[in-house]
Write a protein that binds this ligand. Structure first.
Ligand code: AMP
Length: 249
């Protein structure tokens, strides 16, 4: 069995995002970019499934600019077998990514697709669900535990009321939640080995998927800066301010 994992190159989560002067988006030139943290969890889960003997191959796929090769190489250094880059310099919306994943799935025929629950740059939380709708595959979203149950998967999901267990038949798509696992670090010898692992690049034009959707980013703005706080002298003064100034009690 083959597992396909989607990995997105995003602004590193430690970097403070700065809005471009023309408000068209976030400044990405000369800033540290990394694999989306939920996708690291997705790669780790695929590797654990393979190491447990349930899969033979882990293939990673990324859609984006040529530099996304670095993100794929990171996944290969963690232990994935092969990479596929669908190259595009355009901003790709989740619906387009879901269609591109469908294109790769038709070619690769994996039994499991694992994606992050959300990309930390667009916070969409849509790609896995859209892929499920397009392909008809069952979806197990926000997974915090994945177990094999015969030919199916038993997936524990984090929901508001607690933990929900569901069974999904394969092929299926899983989206990873934070507590699913703790991703491994790539060791230096594996980083060297990853440079020799196969990485196929496909031009987005050759996939037949159109990149236009009904959605356009109009403007991106910095959050409003917060006003300075005040230190109150007593509990009575705090209550007075909450009641008469903030009017929250
Ligand atoms: P989103 O729906 O944009 O929040 O993204 C959810 C997940 O879909 C991410 O964690 C990735 O696993 C996958 N994904 C989204 N965009 C891309 C991309 N450009 N390349 C590879 N995977 C992606």
């Amino acid at each position: 069995m083959k597992i396909l994992v989607a990995v997105k190159r995003v602004l590193d989560y430690n970097v403070k995002a700065r809005v471009k002067a023309d408000k068209s988006g976030i400044e990405l030139a000369n800033v540290k970019m990394s694999m989306n943290p939920f996708d690291e969890i997705a790669v780790e889960e695929a590797l654990r499934i393979k190491e447990a003997g349930h899969a033979e191959e882990v293939v990673v796929v990324s859609m984006g600019p040529a530099q996304s090769q670095e993100t794929i190489r990171t996944a290969l250094a963690m232990g994935a077998d092969r990479g596929v880059l669908i190259e595009s310099d355009e901003e790709l919306q989740p619906l387009v990514v879901a269609k591109l994943l469908q294109h790769v799935v038709e070619k690769e025929a994996p039994q499991i697709l694992i994606v992050g629950k959300q990309a930390i740059d667009d916070d969409c939380n849509q790609t896995g669900q859209m892929f499920s709708a397009l392909s008809g595959w069952p979806q197990a979203t926000f997974a915090s535990k994945v177990e094999f149950d015969g030919d199916a998967l038993k997936v524990t999901r984090e929901v508001d009321a607690g933990l929900e267990s569901i069974k999904v038949n394969l092929p299926a798509v899983i989206t990873t939640d934070l507590r699913l696992n703790e991703p491994r670090y790539a060791k230096l010898p594996n980083i060297m080995k990853a440079k020799k692992k196969p990485l196929e690049t496909i031009a987005i034009a050759d996939t037949g998927v159109t990149t236009t959707t009904g959605l356009k980013t109009l403007e991106v703005n910095e959050p409003e800066s917060r006003q300075a706080g005040v230190i109150v002298g007593s509990v009575e003064e705090l209550f007075d301010k909450l009641k008469n100034e903030a009017k929250v009690i």
